[in-house]
Ligand binder design. Structure first.
Ligand code: DI6
Ligand code: FE
Length: 418
């Protein structure tokens, strides 16, 4: 299907035109929306045309200031990574080795390792050091196609360090020419200074939130609702604080056990329930009613060698949209490619390559409350990737490698050489 700006001639000339690749528009509810010998046009950062060359309203060099002849390959909407913890200091390769010797993630966490070990490193780093350590990770994600990147706090666990993390996240967006959406995850783990006083810590989290929001540092609010995280009642208090500020919520829900997290976040009309390996049928039904997206994180599933699959068929039957994200973090998912997460979603969760691509584009955008990206349709943001592949299924087929020839955000090339 060609989508054309009804006022196309009024808005001529366009800023740019990319032609000669196969478009996978994802413009409809099903199918890749393939267009052979396709053309994308854009102006002021938004798409003005997405269709076959034969339907261009004139000669390409009369229509646009810049005409890019691509000579093959595929163009998809740029990728949206809707769940990451990409800002942190240090690494946890030592824990990886311990787990390979038989230790498990929950044991390590209860012994003061895990998230709290990254908290120690993150607190010790200056804002500049934290940026220097985090930027290469975000750059790797971008260079593999991501132009919208969600980044959570949650390794600071006090006001100043949560603020430092969120500031670094925003700076990453400016440095890389991509959009970073920040999520406040103060309720990620209980810091040592609040040991035995989780409710007191939640009081503090609820007090920090409006101050951080007042600085423009918070786009959404998340919590880790789990045996080794926070209870449903504590999560509810965090969500009520978010609601009072008009901020959307999402949740690390039912990752290691069924804690009714998905139903809680759905009750708050949440954007997404994430992980959801142990979510019950009732949880899925609540998500379907609320329009809450299921964010699948196959990187953590893979690294933790989990065996309990999310209720995928139930999501399909109840038409809960499924997103795919990296969960990029130093403990359970040191994953620096969303395309690789798509690959893992196909191999472990049996998503089709089309479902995985939708999960990393249009449904990822939806999980962030964004409806202006994730498909190639006139009026949407000119965020797209030119891939060195013949067909979009290849994006989920190759393991590793570098397939993105060029990455565009708002009509500007932010990565790659053509
Ligand atoms: N679940 C996760 O997968 C990450 N956080 C969470 O609540 C893991 C974070 C870490 O281990 O550092
Ligand atoms: Fe996570």
């Amino acid at each position: 299907m060609t989508t054309r700006d009804p006022n196309a001639s009024a808005t001529l000339p366009w800023d740019g035109l990319a032609c000669g690749a196969t478009l996978a528009t994802l413009a409809d509810d099903a199918g890749y929306g393939l267009i052979e010998d396709g053309v994308l046009g854009w102006r002021d950062g938004l798409l003005t045309f997405a269709g076959p060359r034969a339907e261009l309203p004139g000669r390409s060099d009369n229509i646009a200031h810049q005409v890019i002849e691509l000579n093959g390959g595929c163009i998809t909407p740029a990728l949206v990574d809707c769940h990451t913890h990409a800002v942190f200091a240090g690494d946890r390769a030592g824990e990886f080795e311990q787990r390979l010797q038989g230790a498990d993630y929950e044991q390590i966490a209860r012994a003061g390792g895990g998230i709290l070990s990254t908290v120690r490193h993150t607190r010790a780093a200056s804002e500049e050091e934290l940026l220097a350590q985090s930027l290469p990770r975000a750059r790797a994600l971008r260079d593999d196609g991501v132009t919208t990147l969600e980044i959570k706090s949650g390794y600071g666990l006090d006001f100043d360090n949560e603020r430092k993390m969120l500031r670094v996240a925003k700076r990453i967006g400016n440095e890389l020419g991509i959009e970073v959406r920040t999520t406040f995850l103060g309720a990620h783990a209980l810091p040592q200074e609040f040991s035995g006083n989780a409710d007191g810590y939640i009081d503090a989290v609820v007090e920090w939130l409006p101050r951080l929001h007042g600085e423009g540092l918070v786009d959404a609010v998340d919590a880790f609702c789990e045996r080794i995280g926070f209870t449903l009642a504590q999560t509810r208090r965090v969500f009520e604080a978010a609601r009072a500020l008009g901020l959307p919520v999402k949740l690390h829900a039912d990752q290691l056990s069924d804690g009714d997290g998905a139903a809680l976040v759905a009750e708050f009309g949440g954007l997404s329930a994430d992980h959801v390996e142990y979510t019950s049928q009732a949880g899925v039904a609540a998500m379907a009613r609320a329009g809450t997206v299921a964010v699948l994180l196959p990187g953590a599933f893979h690294v933790l060698r989990e065996t309990t699959l999310p209720p995928l068929d139930e999501f399909r039957v109840q038409q809960v949209p499924m997103a795919v994200a990296t969960d990029c973090n130093p403990g359970t998912s040191p994953l620096l490619s969303l395309r690789q997460a798509m690959q893992l979603a196909c191999t472990h969760f049996r998503l089709t390559p089309e479902e995985a691509l939708r999960g990393a584009t249009v449904n990822g955008a939806r999980a962030l409350g964004l409806d202006d990206r994730g498909a190639l349709r006139v009026g949407m943001r000119a965020d797209f990737v030119h891939w060195r592949v013949r067909q979009p299924a290849e994006l989920c087929y190759w393991l590793g490698g570098s397939l993105a020839a060029a990455v565009y955000a708002g009509g500007r090339r932010v990565s790659g050489f053509v």
